[in-house]
Design a protein. Structure first.
Length: 310
């Protein structure tokens, strides 16, 4: 059981290629109004990123560097740190980010090339990986997991020499890139206690969560889960919330409701079969649990989500 892959799949995290920046000389571009996670890949040259709430305020990026901002905060990309460089029109920048256009900046031939990627997810799903990450994750080109730099180079080649189905190839590569970024960054930052990623630092909690994910319909209690892991109930009761900020029972209920919400939205499965699949012996009991979690009954939730997606 790969917990990170499981949560990325259930929460529907998918990458989409956004603006392609080609810049030379003195330039800058504002990036604002993002409702999704945003990632920049420097495929050639160098740039500076300015983020008011980050430390340091200005971050130098060189070829191969990748920066992920899970909350999509307003920021600036430019040829130098600080203000003063000619700025792209905000409306033009926003349109390029949305449509994936090439935006050319500066008065000199392009030496810097940056690919912007947005990552969307289903925010109804409460178990999220991106939400557990800090405001800014920076991986240098020479710091990544084996294969990370290969993916960056492949993206650069696809952009520089477009071929058949290039957009499909790029959208697949950007999903791979997100996983490789997490592989490179997570082992270097152990301080995730109290978040979903806290399970990475505690093998017992990780094993417990793997059991819950593998068999969500089982009638787990803290006692039976501890017994399956060969530890005392007291040990599991102490270490589980210390790692992720939730008790085993609370986490299991949340995960069951996430699985149910996804199936209600993405499938035509009857409510009764979804209830059974996530561990409820009766539809009324499932309806009550789902209504407590989401504020509406499963049937109403399904109708509303289907209406929103039309």
């Amino acid at each position: 059981m790969d917990l990170v892959a499981d949560v990325l799949e259930v929460s529907g995290v998918r990458g989409t290629v956004g603006a392609r920046i080609e810049a030379g000389g003195s330039w800058s571009i504002p990036v604002a109004g993002c409702t999704t996670a945003i990632l920049h890949v420097v495929t050639a040259g160098s740039a500076w990123l300015g983020l008011e709430d980050a430390s340091p305020r200005w971050l130098e990026l060189t070829v191969g560097d990748v920066v992920l901002m899970p909350g999509g905060p307003p920021h600036m990309l430019g040829s130098a740190s600080g203000a003063g460089a000619p700025a792209a029109d905000p409306a033009t920048a926003a349109r390029a980010l949305e449509s994936g256009e090439v935006i050319r900046l500066g008065s000199q031939p392009a030496r810097t090339r940056i690919l912007t990627i947005s990552y969307g997810c289903d925010h109804i799903v409460r178990t999220q990986v991106l939400g557990a990450l800090p405001e800014l994750v920076h991986i240098r080109g020479d710091q990544g997991e084996a294969g990370f730099d290969d993916t960056v180079r492949m993206i650069g080649r696809e952009l520089g020499h477009p071929l058949l189905a290039g957009r499909a190839v790029l959208n697949s590569l950007v999903d791979v890139l997100l996983v490789q970024l997490m592989r490179a960054w997570l082992p270097t930052r152990p301080g995730h206690r109290g978040t979903w990623l806290g399970m990475l630092a505690d093998p017992l909690v990780r094993s417990a969560m793997e059991r819950l994910h593998a068999e969500p319909a089982q009638p787990w209690t803290t006692t039976t889960l501890a017994s399956a892991l060969g530890v005392s109930r007291a040990t599991l009761s102490r270490r589980f919330p210390a790692a992720i900020g939730q008790s085993p029972a609370t986490y299991l209920t949340q995960w069951r409701m996430d699985l149910a919400a996804v199936r209600l939205h993405r499938t035509q499965d009857p409510v009764e079969s979804i209830a059974s699949a996530v561990g409820y012996q009766s539809a009324p009991a499932f309806n009550r649990a789902f209504a407590r979690s989401h504020g509406v009954t499963p049937g109403r939730y399904r109708a509303e989500r289907r209406g929103d997606s039309r």
